[in-house]
Design a binder for this molecule. Structure first.
Ligand SMILES: [Zn+2]
Length: 178
C-alpha cells in the first residue's frame, strides 16, 4: 500500500482532500511507518497541524518552500504534503527525489484556482504521479452534480486567498468564471 512513489490527491474545495490525506497517513502511522507531514507556511489557518473539516487533525511542519522538505523528511518512509497549490516553485523535483529514495509521497492540493486555471505546481505533480486520487464535492448550486471547481463568492482577484466562507464547490455547469 505504501510502495515508493508519488500519490496526488486533487479536487475542488470542500471535496475532502485533507480527509483522504489524513486517512492514508493514519493507516501508515498505525503500521508504525515513520511519517512526516508538511504544509506551506503560507496557509495560516492552522498552526503546526493539518485538519479535515470533520475535525481530524495530524501534526505537520510548516515550511516556506519545497526545498526545506528534503532535509526534514529524510527519516520518513511516508511523506504527506497538504495545500500543495500554495507552493509556487516546483515541488515535482523534490517529490521525485523523495520517491526515488524509497518513500511514498502523498500530496494534496487544489486542481484549479478560482478562475479555472490549473493551480501552481499541481498539473506537474499530476503528470509525475504514480497514483491520482480525484475527489469531488457536491455542487451547492444545483445540489445534483459532482463539483470539480471552486467558485469564489467574495473577495478580489488575488490568486491566493485563504478562507472557507469565500468559496463554494461548483459543477462545470454552475461554475461562473470571474
Ligand atoms: Zn451544479
Amino acid at each position: 500500500m505504501f510502495s515508493p512513489g508519488l500519490v496526488v490527491i486533487t479536487g475542488p474545495m470542500f471535496s475532502g482532500k485533507s480527509t483522504e490525506l489524513i486517512r492514508r497517513l493514519t493507516i501508515a502511522k498505525i503500521a508504525k511507518l515513520p511519517v512526516q507531514v508538511f504544509k506551506p507556511a503560507r496557509d495560516t489557518r492552522t498552526a503546526s497541524q493539518i485538519c479535515s473539516r470533520d475535525g481530524c487533525c495530524i501534526s505537520a511542519i510548516n515550511v516556506s518552500g519545497p526545498a526545506d522538505i528534503l532535509e526534514l523528511a529524510k527519516d520518513a518512509r511516508v511523506v504527506g504534503i497538504d495545500e500543495a497549490h500554495f507552493f509556487e516553485e516546483s515541488l515535482g523535483t523534490i517529490a521525485m527525489t523523495l520517491a526515488r529514495s524509497g518513500k511514498q509521497v502523498i500530496i494534496a492540493g487544489l486542481n484549479l484556482d478560482f478562475q479555472e486555471r490549473p493551480f501552481a505546481c499541481i498539473p506537474e505533480l499530476l503528470a509525475l504521479a504514480d497514483e491520482i486520487v480525484q475527489v469531488h464535492a457536491l455542487c451547492t448550486a444545483c445540489n445534483e452534480r459532482l463539483a470539480t471547481r471552486s467558485q469564489r463568492l467574495l473577495g478580489g482577484q488575488e490568486r491566493y486567498q485563504v478562507g472557507d466562507t469565500e468559496y463554494a464547490p461548483r459543477c462545470l455547469h454552475c461554475f461562473k468564471p470571474s
